[in-house]
Write a protein that binds this ligand. Structure first.
Ligand code: ASP
Length: 345
């Protein structure tokens, strides 16, 4: 009898908690990702390279989807997804991050919970293997939102994050990209009337300018989350930090509107407050996620000269993935498992 009563009480409590926490609905789970925007043209791709990118994007989608499918939170899903891309040398995040002017890899990342509006971010770190997981620790295990450099690394160590030697982030291809840009800069200075040659040269390397990774997800309880991780921009100087770890610029999530992760020329994305602007257009003007995302990426940013794109997801599972650059690695997976991975326009 005692056990029957206990079982009954547990059942009642669980049901009550679920009801209180919004009702579960597996049919709405959705995950959207990006692997960076920039000068990505068919011409600069080989079939092998294209396959490698698509395979990795698909793997990332499947990993995040599995989390959502077994009832995991949108936060768990975006973190797991980003870690796959951070560990791949194909993307400018974690292993494969671009080089600073001083020849280092300095990483930025952020994450936001649409249910609580809590957020965590780190910037300018050189020894944290998976910056997105430390960003989450900042959100959940500290009183702060953004930690930088040595302090962020000390915090990561204390909380048990995986620490690596800075040489872990070295990849030959990214190092050569830095050398090429530096060489071009020198040529530009020597022949300053020769305007435009840097841009042309840059387009030789796919994803050279950008290449950040991002994920937005909606879980069975209707909670949205957004996450972004990056090495920033090749040849960046003096502790430069872009939009990726800035909540409201590179990342934003609010259950009332949408979750957003951005990729592009960070200086413009910070000044345009891109991610929050999309949410604000939905909240204050009643725009749909697609209308709001297009307004910011295809109009506002274009007018300012800010190149890049975003992924956005609303509370009903509607997706927008606009970009004003040549290409953007991107993809989504829906509740029934249908998925798509795209690169070009
Ligand atoms: N937005 C990033 C930054 O400016 C770069 C990127 O998206 O690849 O740091």
């Amino acid at each position: 009898m005692k056990y029957v009563v206990i079982t009954f009480l547990v059942l009642v409590t669980t049901t009550f908690t679920i009801a209180q926490n919004q009702s579960a609905d597996m049919s709405r789970i959705t995950l959207v990702i990006h692997g960076g925007a920039g000068t990505i043209t068919r011409k600069s791709m080989t079939p092998e390279k294209e396959k490698a990118y698509k395979d990795k994007l698909n793997e990332a989608l499947q990993v995040g989807y599995a989390v959502l499918k077994k009832g995991g939170s949108s936060l768990d899903a975006v973190e797991a997804t980003i870690r796959i891309m951070e560990d791949s040398p194909l993307f400018n995040a974690g292993k494969g991050a671009v080089f600073t002017n001083a020849g280092k890899n300095e990483l930025d990342a952020s994450i936001m919970d649409g249910k609580t509006l809590k957020a965590g971010a780190i910037a300018g770190v050189t020894t944290i293997k998976n910056p997105i997981s430390t960003a989450r620790m900042v959100m959940e295990k500290s009183e702060h939102v953004l930690m930088t450099g040595k302090g962020a690394e000390q915090f990561a160590k204390e909380k048990g994050a995986e620490i690596v030697d800075p040489s872990y982030f070295y990849t030959e291809q990214r190092y050569q990209q830095l050398q090429k840009i530096k060489q071009e800069e020198k040529t530009q200075l020597d022949h300053s009337e020769d305007k435009g040659s840097l841009d042309e040269e840059q387009s030789i390397f796919e994803g050279k300018k950008f290449g950040t990774v991002g994920a937005v997800a909606l879980d069975q309880f209707g909670n949205l989350a957004a996450a972004t991780s990056t090495g920033g921009m090749t040849n960046k100087r003096y502790g430069r930090v872009g939009d990726s770890p800035i909540i409201g610029a590179g990342t934003y999530a609010d259950n009332q509107t949408c979750a957003v992760s951005a990729t592009g020329h960070g200086e413009y994305f910070i000044r345009a407050v891109v991610a929050y602007d999309v949410a604000a257009l939905m909240a204050y003007k009643g725009l749909s996620v697609k209308e709001a995302a297009d307004e910011v990426v295809m109009k506002k940013l274009v007018k300012m000269g800010g190149e890049g794109g975003i992924i956005a997801l609303d509370k009903n599972g509607n997706i927008a993935m606009p970009f004003n650059s040549e290409g953007m690695y991107r993809g989504y997976i829906k509740a029934d498992g249908t998925s798509e991975v795209l690169i070009y326009k």
